[in-house]
Design a protein around this ligand. Structure first.
Ligand code: MTE
Ligand code: HPA
Ligand code: MOS
Length: 774
């Protein structure tokens, strides 16, 4: 009875992503692979060719007359509300009527027999613009008196003025941190199929099917129960599909209902990059007081973000920047302010870390300032400022949450040893002192990341499990699969609960028909929330099975247990399949809906106080780079990572997440540069000019370990921790290693104050600047 011993694919085991092989072989279905019914039409967006203007008139006659064109949609064709803003601020029209507010803003949609015809026709609009002045970045926009897109946040604790007065040293500075394009492999796409009456089904690539559903309903002027949104999987989302799909879903659905034919919309890469939002870039002004030992005493900073023309998710993104402006450090006296600045650019949105990385990179810059000012190793300054515990009282965040699960000291210490940090730093300093052209840098940076949606009500999830009478299991939950392995992990939880092999469980598409009112799969909370909801559903079915087993055999319920692929009932061992058939014949309900909401969290935004996060995830990375000081070119020689995922649900998937996040974070801070010209056009709108890291850019030596001793002290799913976003910030070690290499040209006496991204040009300019100053 081999299959009695263990099940295949239980939790805490390495198990490959359930669609890995299908994806490699091209057999995994994406939205564009769905067979198109006869009569399917194709939509394409017509966009603004100026950055800010009143629309005097729009002549679309040439568009309508173009070959293959079936219809042109404008604001007049929106039957319900002309708005797809996720905030309720009504600041994001499907199609604008009076003004355009960024270059490339969608203005109308062409629907044609082929995508090519629609795309060509979209170029033919004659728009009469009354051009207005524009401001592209948060500083220019503030100077021009432009409003904020949403209310700013202030976090304050301690006595900042007294803290500064008592501090022996004080430094202020400004850091400019660039944005980032999501560069998912699969771009945006929506495919709407009209049904009878009000009905419409939309297949699309979104992290937030429920919002897409509600948005389509709202735009069509129908109740949400008329709209179904389906997502089998995404070819990457990274936050770029948390809200940005709304527009595409709306356009496809409006077209499909108007023409009563299926309509698909799929922008090309250039349009995807120009018409959809990105990571927010920030201008961060900091003022910091510290003592001679490098202990920070007071911090005051402002985080101004380029939010673009509408609010979208900029409120919670800029909030999260403040929540992470401490990273892993205790600030005794602190005041932090956000400035969610409106600009004449595409509306920026969620991107892995959701503002957190911008806060963390500023915290790390402040550490560097202290270290270079005092002539210390930045790692020493980090350690001096880490959060402490209840005993030393250094465990309260700027938002008044107590840090109860601090493991950063242990994580950093272990990595310092395993990466041989001290000896390597010494050797590098000696080598750099010889004055060669190639300089090396080494940095070890920590991360602490808060887990939970800061919008407390988002922290809920549902799941639906059916056990069919042949013993096969159908699993549905509210989360979406974007490559992160969520479906695999949730199925492992269910396999473990029923003690059946993983392959008995069918992982199905996410659909608003099965689990309603779901949250975005975001904030790294997918497996925390949906894993728990699925477990709840499984436990309900199991309880019914146990009751029936006990009754049918005349034993106590305690005598019934789930053993690998069987039930043990008293002395009897019954195969799962045959027991399920028995239960069905006895009319036991074999289907259940599960639900979960995160306990303990609360947040009062007006007061700036609460416990927004259920727990924290921690990690650290150590990177070594070499820089050519004549050209600014560099490469990452080695990276060591130790990351905390609690008790990993699936170590191999988690390591994949850590590796991918690190590389993506490194790309953000090194080569990925968004560049707008003065006219307001994004000129880096394709992989030809926008440089994500290549396989050849990965660290030459790359050691990634999970902290296998860690266990979540909170009752999360199987004591695991979220993994999706936190390791993104591990990329900061590369940025700081570059900084050290640059600093070597001036004998480490000056903080290089690199802005991000530190492209080779920027590194070269910093080298020249420091040489000139030295
Ligand atoms: N991993 C892959 N392969 N593709 C993605 O799009 N998105 C990231 C992260 N890891 C992403 C990914 C982001 S932004 C988040 S919030 C989480 O996955 C979401 O999934 P989870 O909550 O299930 O971890
Ligand atoms: N993280 C990611 N997405 C979100 C959040 C968050 O905190 N809040 C709303 N959407
Ligand atoms: Mo991730 S930015 O929360 O989708």
């Amino acid at each position: 009875m081999k299959d009695l011993q263990t099940i295949k694919g239980a939790v805490h085991q390495d198990l490959k992503h359930d669609s890995a092989i299908k994806q490699v072989q091209g057999r995994a279905d994406y939205t564009d692979d769905i067979a198109e019914p006869i009569g399917t039409l194709h939509a394409y967006l017509g966009v603004s060719t100026v950055t800010h203007a009143n629309i005097r008139g729009m002549d679309l006659s040439r568009v309508r007359a173009a070959p293959g064109v079936v219809a042109v949609l404008t604001a007049e064709d929106v039957p319900g509300v002309n708005d797809v803003s996720p905030t309720g601020k009504h600041d994001e029209p499907v199609f604008p009527t009076e003004k355009v507010e960024f270059h490339g803003q969608p203005m109308f949609a062409v629907i044609a027999e082929t995508r090519d015809a629609a795309r060509r026709a979209a170029e033919l609009a004659d728009v009469d613009y009354d051009v207005l002045p524009h401001a592209l970045d948060p500083i220019a926009a503030e100077d021009a008196g432009m409003p904020l897109v949403t209310d700013p946040l202030k976090l304050e604790r301690g006595d900042v003025e007294a803290g500064f007065a008592a501090a022996a040293n004080r430094i202020s500075g400004r850091m400019v941190v660039g944005g980032q394009d999501h560069m998912y492999l699969e771009g945006h796409i929506a495919f709407a199929i009209p049904g009878e009456d009000d009905d419409v089904v939309v297949h699309c690539s979104t992290q937030h099917p429920s919002e897409a559903q509600h948005m389509v309903a709202h735009v069509l002027g129908v109740p949400s129960n008329a709209v179904v949104v389906n997502v089998r999987r995404m070819g990457g989302g990274f936050g770029g599909k948390e809200s940005q799909m709304n527009l595409f879903c709306a356009v496809a659905a409006i077209g499909a209902k108007k023409l009563n034919r299926p309509v698909k919309i799929r922008p090309d890469r250039d349009q995807d990059m120009t018409a959809t939002g990105k990571r927010h870039d920030f201008v961060i002004d900091y003022d910091l007081g510290f003592d001679h030992d490098g202990r920070i005493q007071a911090v005051e900073s402002q985080f101004a973000a380029r939010c673009g023309y509408s609010s979208d998710l900029s409120g919670p993104v800029t909030d999260r920047a403040l929540f992470h402006a401490d990273n892993a450090y205790f600030y005794p006296n602190v005041r932090l302010k956000s400035r969610p600045q409106k600009t004449n650019t595409v509306s920026n949105t969620a991107f892995r870390g959701f503002g957190g990385p911008q806060g963390v990179v500023a915290a790390e810059r402040m550490i560097e300032e202290v270290a270079y000012a005092l002539g210390k190793d930045p790692l020493e300054v980090r350690k001096a400022n880490f959060y402490g515990d209840a005993e030393d009282g250094r465990n309260v965040t700027p938002y008044h949450q107590t840090v109860e699960d601090n493991v950063i000291g242990r994580v950093v210490e272990e990595l310092e040893q395993s990466a041989d940090y001290q000896a390597r730093r010494k050797a590098i300093i000696e080598e750099n002192a010889k004055g060669g052209i190639i300089r090396r840098g080494l940095a070890l940076t920590p991360v602490k990341f808060g887990i939970s949606f800061t919008a407390t009500w988002y922290n809920q999830a549902g799941a639906l499990i059916h056990v069919y009478n042949d013993g096969s299991i159908h699993l549905n939950h509210g989360g979406t699969e974007m490559g992160q392995g969520l479906n695999t992990k949730v199925a492992q939880v269910v396999a473990e609960a029923f003690q059946v092999d993983f392959d008995r469980i069918k992982i199905t598409k996410t659909t608003t028909e099965k689990v309603p009112n779901t949250s975005a799969t975001a904030a790294s909370s997918g497996s925390d929330l949906n894993g728990m909801a699925a477990l709840d559903a499984a436990e309900q079915i199991k309880a019914r099975l146990v009751k029936f087993a006990a009754e049918s055999r005349g034993v106590s319920e305690e005598a019934v247990s789930f053993v690998p692929n069987h039930l043990r009932i008293g002395d009897e061992v019954v195969p799962f399949d045959s027991f399920i058939k028995e239960a069905y014949m006895a009319r036991v309900q074999l289907s259940s809906a599960g639900f979960y909401k995160t306990p303990k969290i609360h947040w009062d935004r007006a007061a700036g106080k609460g416990r927004p996060f259920y727990y924290y995830a921690y990690g650290a990375s150590c990177s070594e780079v070499s820089v050519d000081t004549l050209t600014g070119e560099y490469r990452v020689e080695r990276t060591d990572i130790l990351h905390d995922v609690g008790r990993s649900l699936n170590p191999i998937l988690d390591i994949g997440q850590v590796e991918g996040a690190f590389i993506q974070g490194m790309g953000w801070l090194t080569t990925e540069e968004l560049w707008w010209d003065e006219a307001g056009r994004l000129r880096t709108h394709a992989p030809s000019t926008y440089k994500i890291p290549l396989a050849s850019d990965r660290p030459r030596i790359f050691n990634v370990e999970l902290a296998d001793w860690s266990e979540n002290r909170e009752m999360t799913i199987k004591r695991s921790k979220a993994v999706g976003e936190p390791p993104f910030m591990l990329g900061i070690s590369v940025f700081e290693a570059l900084s050290m290499a640059v600093a070597s040209v001036a004998d480490y006496r000056q903080c290089p104050r690199l802005d991000a991204p530190a492209t080779p040009e920027c590194v070269l300019m910093a080298v020249e600047r420091l040489k000139a100053g030295a």
